[in-house]
Each structure stands twice: as structure tokens, then as C-alpha cells.
Design a protein around this ligand. Structure first.
Ligand code: NAD
Length: 264
């Protein structure tokens, strides 16, 4: 097995990273930053988001594993005291690979087109207060949004920002995207559905700001960027999926319960 490793950069994550590499070497695992087949993230969900974006060009051949250094993360399901167990399993057995849907975003600007692949969510806000945008679903006008912003999430991202906005938690076996509103203003001119909307694969939504001159703030997972000249933004379920290597079962609903509810 050839693995790459990305840690959060704090002292504990760096120490665990060193321990991992020493013990991995002793088990014959090869460190290969450029062409790994397994990517290990040590830190939290934010570290996994970074690892995903670092290795998203290799999605067809890599599987991700997350080790958390604090409380349980959604993408990091091994604890810091379980390094030996994980390394033994990595050295001796084949994992069950599970595949989760991603979001594909095309942004057409006055300069051209840029594309983003998203693990958690894409967010859109105005750089100057209230966001105004037309939303079309499958090329038909759906609503005129006015408010703080829009969050479009993947099923695994549905437990992140989306959940804080009252969006539904979606099981990642459903290939879908979810549009959630951030504080929409509703009156006779600007009217939105008011609840989040879930689109299946092969449907798409377009967000069309009325003035391409306006500065917009776009968020792709943990990264924020300012953009002007935006003509339209199209979101759909991506063709590619992300793969996570599971060396022991930990179901999505158990993950949700442990993160948000605790013992029942
Ligand atoms: P951060 O350090 O502010 O992390 C925010 C929290 O979100 C962390 O506790 C993290 O564990 C959790 N989180 C991340 N992905 C999750 C997921 N898929 N399901 C459940 N919890 C998840 O920021 P970061 O580490 O850079 O992570 C960026 C993420 O933070 C974004 O992708 C977004 O999902 C989340 N976020 C949430 C809010 C909110 O809930 N109001 C606002 C902004 C961003």
C-alpha cells in the first residue's frame, strides 16, 4: 500500500503523524505523497476537507481515511489511541470501500468558466450585504432569492452548514444535492419556498445574479473566494464520487447519533 498523510499542523496532529509514519514503515507501508492509493488525514473534518482538495485529481484511485485528534468528526472516525489497530488492519486486510456523492459547480464569469468539485457544500453570499439571485431548476425559473445567502450541499455535507440552516440530513447512498437558504427575505417581489429543496442526480439548478458587476463571496468547503463578473452558477450531482476506506463498520446513522444526540 502507498499512502499519503496530511495533518492539521498542530502539535498533537504532528506527533501522531510522526508516530503513524514510523509504525507504517515498520509494517511495510510506503509513504508516497505524489501517487498514493490511500490518503490519511489526521486532525478533524477540516483536515479531511483539505486532504480531499489536495488529492481530488486522483479520486479515481485513492481512498481516504480520517483520524481525529479531538471529538469525533464526520469524516474522521478513528481515534488517536487507535493508531496501532488501524495500521495493523491497513497492513493485513482489504478495506470495504464506500463511495459518497460530490457536488459539481460550474461558474460562468465574464472571463470564462471555472469548475469546482465539492465534498461538503458550496456557499454563495454577496460581498456587499444582501444577495439577490434568480434560481432556476432544470432551466425553468423557480424563485427569486433575496437574503443572506444560499448553501448547496452534498449528502455528507448535509450534517455540516446545511444542518445549522434547518436543512435535512441526507443518507449518502442517495445521489442528491440540497439547496438551503440563509435568512431569505420574503415579500411580494422576492419569494422563496422557505424550506430546503433536494434535487436528484441529473437535475441541476442555476443561480443567476442580476448584476455581473457585483462582488460575490463563494465558499467551496473550507475555502472562501471573492469573485466578480459572475453570470451564472450551475450545480449538479458530480459524476465522480469520493471513496472512503472502511476497516470496520461505522454506519452513517450511528455517526449522526454520536455527533448530535449522544447515548439514548
Ligand atoms: P470549522 O473549523 O469552523 O468547522 C466547523 C465545524 O463543522 C467543525 O466542528 C467540523 O467538525 C464540522 N463539520 C465539517 N464538516 C462536517 C460535516 N460534513 N458534518 C458535520 N459536521 C461537519 O471549519 P472547517 O474545519 O474549515 O470546516 C468547514 C466546514 O464548516 C464547512 O464545510 C461547513 O460545513 C462548516 N460550517 C458550518 C457552519 C455552521 O454550521 N453555521 C458555518 C460555516 C461552516
Amino acid at each position: 500500500m502507498k499512502y499519503a498523510l496530511l495533518d492539521r499542523g498542530d502539535r498533537l496532529s504532528r506527533e501522531l503523524s510522526e508516530q503513524f509514519q514510523t509504525q507504517a514503515k515498520a509494517r511495510g507501508l510506503i509513504y508516497d505523497e505524489e501517487a498514493p492509493d490511500t490518503v490519511v488525514s489526521i486532525g478533524g473534518d477540516g483536515t479531511m476537507l483539505q486532504a480531499f482538495h489536495r488529492y481530488k485529481e486522483l479520486l479515481d484511485r485513492v481512498a481516504f481515511i480520517g483520524i481525529h485528534t479531538g471529538h469525533l468528526g464526520f469524516y474522521a472516525d478513528w481515534q488517536k489511541n487507535e493508531l496501532v489497530e488501524l495500521l495493523d488492519l491497513m497492513a493485513s486486510s482489504e478495506p470495504r470501500n464506500i463511495h459518497y456523492p460530490l457536488l459539481h459547480v460550474d461558474i460562468v464569469t465574464t472571463e470564462g468558466k471555472e469548475t469546482h468539485l465539492v465534498l461538503n457544500e458550496f456557499t454563495l453570499k454577496s460581498g456587499d450585504g444582501t444577495l439577490v439571485s434568480a434560481i432556476h431548476i432544470n432551466d425553468e425559473p423557480f424563485e427569486m432569492f433575496r437574503g443572506d445567502g444560499i448553501v448547496i450541499s452534498t449528502p455528507t455535507g448535509s450534517t455540516g452548514y446545511n444542518k445549522s440552516l434547518g436543512g435535512a440530513v441526507i443518507h449518502p447512498s442517495l445521489e442528491a444535492l440540497q439547496i438551503a437558504e440563509i435568512a431569505s427575505i420574503n415579500n411580494r417581489v422576492y419569494r422563496t419556498l422557505g424550506s430546503s429543496v433536494i434535487l436528484p442526480k441529473h437535475h441541476h439548478c442555476d443561480i443567476v445574479p442580476p448584476d455581473p458587476g457585483e462582488e460575490l463571496i463563494i465558499g467551496v468547503d473550507h475555502m472562501l473566494m471573492a469573485l466578480t463578473g459572475v453570470r451564472s452558477i450551475t450545480c449538479r450531482v458530480a459524476e465522480k464520487k469520493v471513496t472512503f476506506a472502511r476497516y470496520r463498520p461505522f454506519t452513517f446513522w450511528n455517526r449522526v447519533r454520536e455527533a448530535f444526540i449522544g447515548s439514548v
